[in-house]
Write a protein that binds this ligand. Structure first.
Ligand code: FES
Ligand SMILES: [Fe+2]
Length: 341
């Protein structure tokens, strides 16, 4: 176990809650990126995520703050704050304080998750959080799937990048997940903040089969470092979302979600029970990874096998754009040095 050497203040979309945890009128306390935060849902349903401390005398709005219509009212002296974090009412003065503002975060609700845009330079979002259905452009929707199944692990000593590197790490599938043969990558596209990785993989058969004969695989879309979605083909229809969010300088919260495709069945209850079981199996496989990540020490520069350079170089170079200091892992430098001889 070791504190990640990569910045815990990366730029991008990060999950901070599930939508159903914050009903109308709720004020939800959270800590991410070393900040105390609150999320509150107005009468209209609109969700706001903001820093937790009142700009008046610093009360924590998560302890007694109240939603009043479309504003959040501080428990200490009743000042009211809008969706934009502006002070709109001081109850004992005829004018609000127009100058003071509580920092708010761009927020989207998608696939039952709440994502915030985090950027320490305060830039507006410049890419979108991926959608586990729409981003694949195949006309699928949540109605084609059984209810979302979830895993939530709090404050593990790991970094979001560990989880994404799994996507280019072909060798671990055999050892961590027990696949009979090593998968092969058919696409590595790290040109933009949203990147794509496809691979051919099977969980069935023995180690005598050839990967060329395998007819199943996974497509992954990484929306920055915080949120990745996957779609399977040629196996039990499943989609997953993994979302890793830094809490402080050494830990992150891990959320993982699975959808299993609905199937026509004479016995719908049994079909749904089987889908639940399969979903639990997918979660169990993800937990096998978590078990490694939470005890891992990030290796930089890593010792890599020849075939590993391409994928790790691509993902570590790509990851650098999300760090405030522009520094990610150094697999890329190692590769360049080897090329030079
Ligand atoms: S501290 Fe919030 S109203 Fe005074
Ligand atoms: Fe894995």
């Amino acid at each position: 176990m070791a504190k990640p050497p990569l910045s815990m203040k990366p730029t991008g979309w990060f999950q901070v809650a599930w939508s159903d945890e914050i009903g109308v009128g709720d004020v939800h306390k959270m800590k991410y990126f070393d900040q105390e935060l609150v999320a509150w849902r107005a009468e209209s349903g609109q969700l706001t995520v903001m820093n937790a401390y009142c700009e008046h005398l610093g009360a924590h709005l998560g302890y007694g703050g109240k939603v009043v219509g479309e504003v959040l009212q501080c428990p200490f002296h009743g000042w009211q704050w809008s969706h934009e974090g502006r002070n709109v009412c001081i109850p004992y003065q005829d004018r609000p304080n127009r100058g003071r503002r509580i920092r708010t975060y761009p927020v989207v609700e998608r696939n039952a998750s709440v994502y915030i845009w985090h950027d320490i330079q305060g830039r507006a979002p410049y890419f979108e959080a991926p959608d586990v259905f729409a981003s694949f452009g195949d006309g699928s929707s949540v109605d084609d799937y059984y209810p979302q199944q979830r895993l939530y692990r709090e404050r593990l000593e790991l970094h979001p990048q560990y989880v994404l590197e799994n996507g280019v790490d072909f060798a671990h599938f055999k050892y961590v997940h027990g696949t009979p043969i090593v998968p092969v990558f058919t696409r590595h596209d790290f040109d933009a903040p949203v990147s794509f990785v496809d691979f051919t993989i099977t969980f069935e058969g023995d180690d005598g089969q050839k990967i060329e004969d395998v007819n199943s695989g996974v497509e992954a879309i990484n929306g920055g470092l915080g949120v990745a979605v996957t779609k399977s083909w040629g196996m039990v229809d499943n989609r997953t979302i993994s979302a890793i969010t830094p809490v402080d300088e050494s830990t992150s919260d891990v959320r993982f979600m699975v959808y299993i495709g609905r199937k026509e069945s004479k016995d719908p209850a049994r079909a749904e029970a089987r889908a639940r079981e399969f979903g639990q199996e997918v979660i169990r496989q993800f937990e096998q990874d978590v078990h490694i990540w939470q005890h891992q020490r990030y290796s930089d520069p890593p010792a890599l096998a020849t075939d590993e350079y391409r994928g790790f170089t691509a993902i570590r170079n790509w990851a650098k754009q999300f760090y405030p200091d522009g520094i990610g892992g150094s697999a890329a430098e190692v590769y360049a040095a080897i090329q030079k001889g």
